[in-house]
Design a protein around this ligand. Sequence first.
Ligand code: ADP
Length: 274
Amino acid sequence: MTAMQDAIREGVNEMPEPTPDQPIVRYRDIRKSFGDFEVLKGLDLDIKQGEKITIIGPSGSGKTTIIRMLMTLEEPTSGTIIVDGEPLWHEVVKGELVSAREKHLRRVRGKIGMVFQQYNLFPHMTILKNVTEAPIHVLGMPKQEAKKRALAMLEKVGLQDHVHKYPIQLSGGQQQRVAIARALVMEPKVMLFDEVTSALDPELVGEVLQVIKDIAQTTNMTMILVTHEMDFAREISDRVVFIDKGKIVEQGPPEQVLENPKTERLNTFLKHFR
Ligand code: ADP
């Protein structure tokens, strides 16, 4: 008898063990309202291990909310999100004691890394310290090991010569690359990038996109990106998801979605970028 059958027999509301071909992230009938305003109206989305997904759509369509829910920064009004086989926001979790729920969320959140529009580095810490802080204090990693890993990550984003500087001494593009290294050093299974170049001067956008492109091409990390950079989306995505008014309107390979839109809504949206 399988573990799943055991669980059913005993009436235990447990999820089965993740299998290799199971999506690493599943959104199931997610609804999210802020007050009377329903931002997401029943979102279903499966993301495979290693897949690179770009979410595009008009401002206010709910893109950021989708990824903030995965980072546990927002709670869905209803529906289920499963990460690596485990429910993230789930009826059982919602009903648990606050401490148990916090513990559960922390553990699942450990599988996810996020880079924001505003890089939010610690201003009083060197670049190296910004990157070693979480491995040491959240993962309990020995300092030397954390330093070794942080230096390797900072090299990966091309900042090996700046590790002893403070954030204010770096350009916005360099600071955003530190934020990427800081998220990567935790070795998340899923990386979220929320309009990471929107706050940058145009001449600094390219270096940040290049770093993300390198990560996409050289790792098997699952990546979910929200971006308005359509050329970038075309180059790095396995799948582009167009969302409008809280629903997925079209999705598919970039050449299909970006070159041959099926709906007038997507066609109109893409005209802004041509
Ligand atoms: P997008 O990323 O597509 O621009 P968002 O997910 O940021 O859209 O926001 C969708 C809608 O939800 C917007 O109208 C926004 O104002 C609203 N919204 C987002 N977060 C909040 C919040 N914490 N409180 C109230 N309204 C919010």
